[in-house]
Design a protein around this ligand. Structure first.
Ligand code: NAG
Ligand code: NAG
Length: 224
């Protein structure tokens, strides 16, 4: 008992340091399950996760906030875990250019209206899709984007804690899951690339206000 108590004190002493850090840390309360906690939201990501009967491995975590105001609960929309089927650590370039099953898991940090999320995607994805269509407003990428945002527009509210998973397959299908239920399969290299570029590209949405990015856990995942 005395040992456990002093160990806890030791961890508490670290808390002020941790709360100022942008790096996600292994959650001590779940150290044995090896979850990774996204520091702003406190949302935990399993290092190994089953989605649609496949095993995926956590590579990185991040948080999506309005105007980069991640310290304000009101401004936080969702935490994100990046998973790959292969356990091998990857970087942004490998995720964007390789052929692999890779998946973004968005966990809502508050109740968010579906149309609000749809609008956010439109805003971030349209410029990327136009660029991929050689500047044109119309094209297969734009059609795919409409199918994608439809999934969110159909949803009145995405409740706090609910999960949206976006799988990019090696044959360029974007598979959309809401709480593990498949909602759409959209075949479009342009859309797949744009969705992942929005989070992992050089000009990602995280860089805009505070120059943040995904935190990769290649080291943490292989510990113990
Ligand atoms: C990213 O990963 C690729 C492929 O594994 C590798 O060739 C490249 O050097 C890495 N880039 C950086 C910046 O580490
Ligand atoms: C943003 O961060 C990246 C890498 O984390 C760095 O290379 C770049 O210089 C930073 N840009 C600014 C404007 O701080």
């Amino acid at each position: 008992m005395a040992m456990a108590g002093s160990r806890r004190m030791g961890l508490l002493a670290l808390l002020p340091l941790l709360s100022n850090s942008h790096d996600a840390v292994l959650s001590h309360s779940n150290a044995y399950e090896k979850n990774v906690k996204e520091p702003f939201t406190g949302i935990e990501f399993e290092q190994q996760k089953q989605i649609d009967n496949n095993d995926y491995h956590l590579q990185a975590t991040a948080v999506r906030c309005m105007l980069g105001q991640c310290k304000m609960a009101m401004a936080r929309a969702y935490a994100i875990g990046l998973y790959t089927e292969d356990k091998q650590p990857v970087n942004e370039t490998a995720v964007l250019t390789g052929a692999m099953n890779r998946i973004l898991v968005l966990v809502m940090d508050k109740d968010v209206a579906g149309h609000h999320i749809a609008k956010g995607f439109d805003k971030s994805l349209l410029p990327r899709i136009r660029k991929a269509q050689a500047g044109s407003k119309r094209g297969s990428g734009k059609d795919a984007l409409r199918d994608f945002t439809k999934c969110f527009n159909r949803e009145k509210t995405l409740k706090k804690g609910s999960e949206v998973a976006l799988l990019w397959t090696p044959d360029n299908k974007l598979v959309v899951y809401f709480d593990n239920q498949m909602r759409a399969v959209i075949e479009s290299p342009i859309l797949c690339r744009a969705v992942f570029d929005m989070y992992l590209g050089e000009d990602s949405i995280f860089r805009k206000y505070r120059n943040m990015s995904f935190t990769f856990h290649g080291g943490a995942a292989s510990e113990t």
